[in-house]
Design a protein around this ligand. Structure first.
Ligand SMILES: *Cc1c(COP(=O)(O)O)cnc(C)c1O
Length: 378
C-alpha cells in the first residue's frame, strides 16, 4: 500500500470535486447545456485573470497557448524582446525562432527577477520591438517577476506585453487589466487544480490589432476563429468537454474563497516551505524574488539532488521536482500551488528531512517541520 503526494510544479493534486466532475457521462459540445458550461468557464477565467479582455480555452498544454500567442501577434521578420532567466523564458525564444521571428534577449541571472528598467532601456533603443515576452513565475528557478512594474514600462510603448502565467495564475496576484498585460497565457495543471490538457489565453484590444495583422501561418491556434466562435458561445473545434466541466468546478472553489484568500493561502504555504528548508540548512535559490507558487532550494555539496528526489518518490511516495538544465541535481523544487494545504507541506518536509538524514546531511531532525509549523501557527 502506498499513499502518494504530488508536490510538483505541474501536474498538481486534484480536489475530489474536480475528479468527480470528470467521471460524469460525456455530453455533446454543440448543445445549450455545454454553452452554459462554456459561458461559466469563460466568465470564471476572467475573474481569475482579473480581466475584461477576451479569454479563450484551448485544447492543448500551456505551451500550445504560448505558441498561439507568438503566431497570432507576430510574423516572420518581426522583432520581439524576450526575458530569459530560466527554462520557460527561453521557451519564448525557441517558439519565436521556429516562426522566423527575431528575438532580442535580456539575459537575467538564474534566480533573479528581471529589472524592469532594462526592458524600458531596450524598448527605447529599438522602437521596432512589437512584443515583450515575460514570465510571471519562472518555474525552473522559482522566481516571480514584477509584472506591475514591467506593465508600467511597456504600457506607453507600441509593444504589447505577453506574460507566461502558466504556473503563476491562481497562485500569485496578476492584475491583467490594471497592470496592462496584453496577452496572458496559462495552463490547467498548475495553480488551477486540474489535469493537464487545457491552455488559456487572454487578448487585449491592443493585442487584437496585431492578431489581425499577423502573417504567421496558423490554423488550429488561429485566435480569430476562436473569437468568432465565442461570440456565439461556441468553439471552433471540439473542446476538451470533460476538462472544461472540471474547470468550472475548480473555478467555483476559487471564487468561493475569493482571490485574496487564494493568494494569502499560497503565500502561507510558501512562507512555511521557505522557513523549513532554511531551518534544514539549505539556501533558497531565489531569495530576492521568491515565488509563492514554488520554492527552489540549493542542495549542499555532496547531496545528489536526483537521488534525493528519486528516493522521496520511489521509497516514500512523495514527489517533488529536481532542477532543470544547469540546475540538474543541484536544487530541489517543492511546489505549493493549487490544491495544497498545510499538512501536505508538513508531509513533504518531513519526508525531505528523512531522506536528507539518510543521505548524510547534518541537521537537527524535526527542525524543518518545526519551522513550518511555527509559520502555520501564526
Ligand atoms: C509548466 C510551464 C510551462 C509549460 O507548460 P506545458 O503545460 O508543459 O506546456 C511553461 N511555462 C511555465 C512558467 C510553466 O510553469
Amino acid at each position: 500500500m502506498r499513499k502518494n503526494y504530488l508536490l510538483t510544479p505541474g501536474p498538481t493534486p486534484l480536489p475530489p470535486k474536480v475528479s468527480e466532475a470528470m467521471s460524469r457521462p460525456i455530453i455533446h459540445h454543440r448543445t445549450p447545456q455545454f454553452q452554459e458550461i462554456l459561458k461559466e468557464a469563460t466568465n470564471g477565467l476572467k475573474y481569475i485573470y482579473q480581466t475584461q479582455n477576451d479569454v479563450f480555452i484551448l485544447a492543448s498544454s500551456g505551451t500550445g497557448a504560448m505558441e498561439a500567442a507568438v503566431i497570432n501577434l507576430l510574423s516572420a521578420g518581426d522583432t520581439a524582446l524576450v526575458v530569459h532567466g530560466g527554462k520557460f523564458g527561453e521557451r519564448w525564444t525557441e517558439i519565436c525562432k521556429a516562426y522566423g521571428i527575431n528575438a532580442e534577449i535580456i539575459n537575467v541571472e538564474w534566480g533573479k527577477a528581471v529589472d524592469p528598467s532594462e526592458i524600458q532601456k531596450r524598448l527605447k533603443a529599438n522602437p521596432n520591438i512589437k512584443a515583450v515576452f515575460t514570465t510571471l513565475c519562472e518555474t525552473s528557478t522559482a522566481v516571480t517577476n514584477d509584472l506591475e512594474a514591467i506593465g508600467k514600462v511597456v504600457k506607453d510603448t507600441p509593444a504589447v506585453l505577453v506574460v507566461d502565467a502558466i504556473s503563476g495564475l491562481g497562485a500569485i496576484d496578476l492584475k491583467t487589466d490594471v497592470w496592462g498585460c496584453d496577452v496572458v497565457v496559462s495552463g490547467s495543471q498548475k495553480g488551477l487544480m486540474l489535469p493537464p490538457g487545457l491552455g488559456f489565453i487572454s487578448v487585449s484590444p491592443k493585442a487584437w490589432k496585431l492578431c489581425e495583422a499577423s502573417k504567421s501561418p496558423r490554423y488550429y491556434f488561429d485566435l480569430r476563429k476562436a473569437k468568432k466562435a465565442i461570440e456565439k458561445t461556441d468553439t471552433p473545434f471540439t473542446p476538451a468537454v470533460t476538462l472544461v466541466i472540471a474547470l468550472i468546478e475548480a473555478l467555483a472553489m476559487m471564487k468561493e474563497d475569493g482571490l485574496e484568500k487564494v493568494f494569502t493561502r499560497h503565500k502561507k504555504m510558501a512562507d512555511a516551505t521557505r522557513a523549513a528548508v532554511k531551518a534544514l540548512g539549505l539556501e533558497l535559490f531565489a531569495p530576492s524574488a521568491a515565488s509563492d507558487a514554488v520554492t527552489a532550494a540549493k542542495l549542499p555539496a555532496g547531496i545528489d539532488g536526483e537521488k534525493l528526489v528519486k528516493t522521496m518518490r520511489d521509497t516514500y511516495g512523495i514527489t517533488i521536482a529536481g532542477g532543470q538544465d544547469v540546475l540538474k541535481g543541484k536544487v530541489i523544487r517543492i511546489a505549493h500551488m493549487g490544491f495544497i494545504e498545510e499538512f501536505d507541506i508538513i508531509a513533504g518536509i518531513s519526508c525531505l528531512e528523512k531522506v536528507l538524514q539518510q543521505m548524510g546531511h547534518k541537521f537537527s531532525l524535526g527542525s524543518g517541520v518545526k519551522a513550518a509549523e511555527e509559520v502555520f501557527l501564526k
